[in-house]
Design a protein around this ligand. Structure first.
Ligand SMILES: Cc1cc2nc3c(=O)[nH]c(=O)nc-3n(C[C@H](O)[C@H](O)[C@H](O)COP(=O)(O)O)c2cc1C
Length: 338
C-alpha cells in the first residue's frame, strides 16, 4: 500500500530546500515554515554543536521544519590526482595570498555526533543526501517520531531508499542548484523533472517531493501533475532577505553577465550546478574527490568572496535561476503554494 504524507505536514506543498554553506540559516527555515511551507536547516559543513543550536532555535518556534544531513559516502579518492590538482591551484593561491591546506582525506566524521543530537531533539523531518544512511539510523529516527526522507536521483535509488525503510523521497533532477545527490554511478536520469517524478512514482509506494530547476509556479504545477506531493525549492529562496546567501553570490544571481549554469567538480570534487564562471572554466577537468576538494578550495573561495570577486567562488544555482526574485521567503512560498 502507498504510504502517505502525514496530514498537514507539507500543507502548502512547498519545501525550502536545505542549502549548506550559508543560505539555510535558521531565519530562512523559520520564515518558510511560518508561511506554511516546510523550512530546512542544513547540517553540512557545520559542527554538531552548531547544528544542535540551530535545531533548538527552530524547535522553540513550534513550527514544522526539517534538518538535512550529508551521509559520508567514503568514495575512493585518487590521491595522486588530488595532489596534482593542488599543484594546479597553487599559482591562484599565491595570487590571492592564501595558503593551500594539506589535503583532508576523511569524510564528515561528525555524522555520528549529528545523528545523536537529532535523536535527542527529534525534529519533525530529517532528510539524508549523498548516500544511504545505515538502516538502524533510519529506524531509530522513525521510532523517535521523525518523518525520514532520502534524496534520490533515479528510480533505482528510490527503490533502495524504500528498502531501507524511509517515509518519503526527494527526487532531485540534475537541473538542481548545488550538489547532485546521486549515490549510484551511471548516467543521470535522462528526462526532465516531471518524467523523473513519474518514473519514481511508478517504482515506489512512497510520497515524492520534487526538486531541481523549478523556477516558476507553472513548473511546480507540472511536477505536481506528475505526482509530486510537494516541490522543494532551493534557488528560488537564494535572493530572499532571510537567506544567508553571501553578497557576491547574491549579486551574481541578479547579474545579466552570467549567461548559463553548468555542473562542475572544480570546487568540491563532486558534481554541482552553479553559474558558470572563470574558476569553473579554468578547472573544468578537476578530479573527483569529495569532500577533499571542498576543503582544499575553501580558502580560495573565501578569499574571492572577501575580495568581491564572483569569478573565483562557487555560485550554486539551478537552471531556473533567472526567475529567482528579490522577495521575502513568505512571498516565494505564496507564489509556489498549491
Ligand atoms: C546553495 C545551495 C546549497 C545546497 N546545499 C544542499 C544541502 O546542504 N543538502 C542538500 O540535500 N541539498 C542541497 N542543495 C540542493 C537542494 O536541496 C535542492 O535539491 C536544489 O536547490 C533544488 O534545485 P533548485 O536550486 O533549482 O531549486 C543545495 C542547493 C543550493 C542552491
Amino acid at each position: 500500500m502507498d504510504r502517505e504524507l502525514p496530514e498537514g505536514l507539507f500543507g502548502t506543498g512547498v519545501v525550502g530546500a536545505p542549502m549548506a554553506g550559508g543560505p539555510s540559516r535558521p531565519a530562512l527555515a523559520e520564515a518558510v515554515s511560518r508561511a506554511g511551507g516546510v523550512g530546512f536547516l542544513a547540517a553540512g559543513y557545520k559542527t554538531p554543536e552548531a547544528m544542535a543550536r540551530e535545531v533548538d532555535e527552530l524547535s522553540a518556534s513550534g513550527l514544522a521544519f526539517g534538518v538535512n544531513l550529508f551521509v559520508p559516502a567514503n568514495e575512493p579518492v585518487d590521491r595522486e590526482a588530488v595532489l596534482a590538482y593542488r599543484e594546479r591551484l597553487r599559482p591562484l593561491a599565491e595570487r590571492l595570498g592564501v595558503d593551500l591546506p594539506e589535503p583532508r582525506w576523511a569524510d564528515d566524521d561528525a555524522y555520528p555526533a549529528k545523528l545523536a543530537h537529532l535523536l535527542e531533539r527529534v525534529p519533525p523531518v530529517v532528510s539524508f543526501t549523498f548516500a544511504l544512511p545505515p538502516a538502524g539510523d533510519v529506524a531509530s529516527l522513525r521510532k523517535a517520531g521523525a518523518f525520514v526522507i532520502q534524496t534520490v536521483t533515479s528510480p533505482d535509488e528510490a527503490r533502495a531508499a524504500e528498502e531501507l525503510g524511509v517515509d518519503g523521497v526527494v527526487v532531485q533532477s540534475s537541473a538542481a542548484g548545488g550538489h547532485f545527490a546521486a549515490f549510484t554511478s551511471g548516467p543521470a536520469f535522462a528526462g526532465d523533472l516531471p518524467d523523473l517524478v513519474s518514473a519514481v512514482r511508478a517504482a515506489v509506494g512512497l510520497p515524492v517531493l520534487a526538486a531541481g530547476g523549478i523556477g516558476t509556479p507553472q513548473a511546480a504545477r507540472a511536477v505536481r501533475a506528475a505526482g509530486a506531493a510537494a516541490v522543494q525549492l532551493g534557488t528560488a529562496f537564494l535572493r530572499t532577505p532571510e537567506a544567508g546567501t553571501n553578497p557576491v553570490h547574491r549579486a551574481a544571481l541578479a547579474d545579466p553577465a552570467f549567461a548559463r549554469t553548468a555542473q562542475t567538480r572544480a570546487f568540491s570534487g563532486k558534481a554541482a550546478r552553479g553559474l558558470e564562471n572563470a574558476f569553473m572554466r579554468d578547472f573544468a577537468d578537476a578530479p573527483a574527490g569529495y569532500p577533499t576538494l571542498h576543503y582544499l578550495t575553501a580558502p580560495l573561495r573565501a578569499a574571492a568572496v572577501a575580495a568581491g570577486d564572483p569569478q573565483g567562488t562557487n555560485l550554486w544555482a539551478g537552471t531556473g535561476w533567472r526567475e529567482a526574485r528579490e522577495e521575502t521567503a513568505a512571498e516565494v512560498v505564496a507564489r509556489f503554494a498549491e
